[in-house]
Write a protein that binds this ligand. Sequence first.
Ligand SMILES: Cc1cc2nc3c(=O)[nH]c(=O)nc-3n(C[C@H](O)[C@H](O)[C@H](O)COP(=O)(O)O)c2cc1C
Length: 348
Amino acid sequence: MTLLIRPLAGPAEAEACARLMAASEPWITLGRGFEASLRVLTDAARERYVAFDGERLAGFLILNLQGAFVGYVQTVCVASEMRGRGAGTALVAFAEERIFREHPNVFLCVSSFNPGARRLYERLGYTFVGELADYLVAGHAELLFRKSRGPIVGYGPPRRLRLLALAGSLRRASVNTALLRACAHLAPAGVEVVLYEGLGTLPLFNPDLEAGEPAAVTDFRVHVRGADGLLISSPEYAHGVPGLLKNALDWLVGGFEFIGKPVALLNATPPATWAQASLAETVTVMSGRLVQEASLDVPLRGRKIDEAGIVADPALAEPVRTALEAFTRAIEGSGSPPPPGSGSPPRG
Ligand SMILES: Cc1cc2nc3c(=O)[nH]c(=O)nc-3n(C[C@H](O)[C@H](O)[C@H](O)COP(=O)(O)O)c2cc1C
């Protein structure tokens, strides 16, 4: 199953979700019809997310991040044909990631007549808090569960790392770009992966242009400077690094942005050893810090696969997840990169 979770967009999606809710347990027993479901789904005070398996609506989430018991998962709804296939677990994991970014508690309620849901949440590490008798409808209780990362006082959101992702291909269906987009979903909590989409707008490197730097180059520099690390995934063209990527790196040679910058090299089309070796050499001579334990081959050559397909395939996703954890550890263990002026940028 290929599941992509993103914010709910537009009235048609809200209606599709409301139809799903009104036709599903526990909402049937709780007497929540289409109109009431739609009211909840169009309440802008809530955060609403949809999960799609390709074109098909697999389920949705409603989160409440306001009020006394902040961090409340109000609704996890999974389409009946998607149940038992990991969609519920994926939605709950998404909700936790979202809530723990700001708050140390995730709360949710399970209806007393829904023992399957209770088992799921206990398996996911939730603790039973108490019973709210006759809470939504007479005769049924809501059971309050909580997962906690500690007390509210002193809880700070995990430090956010920002990784800038550079793809060496401009192809629309590029497996390298798909891999980097997948990294955004597979990175540890608190680590943001941003794909830099402007490499194709950089002019061809010419030292004569450095004095009056083109705006596209400045934008690229600013993004590199602001990143805690670079993730590079590039194809090999004729046993070399594609001009697109080499050109971008050439623009950084004369600056300080790259010095000490942690870099992980992903290779979506192994073996491609020439391009990888050449990139490693370029990164090293430019005084970047190549993080070997985060550099990884991911066999995607010739595959028609997008980011969701990569995320959904454990044989591809798990090594990437592990590499990103290693990259995060390497960055967090390294402190700040050397300040500007502490080394001379190599020339040639
Ligand atoms: C012009 C060109 C040259 C290529 N040369 C090589 C090569 O030398 N070695 C290699 O392993 N693959 C080579 N390939 C195959 C690419 O690695 C493969 O098409 C890859 O999927 C391209 O990456 P993308 O999907 O991100 O666009 C070449 C592809 C093209 C278009």
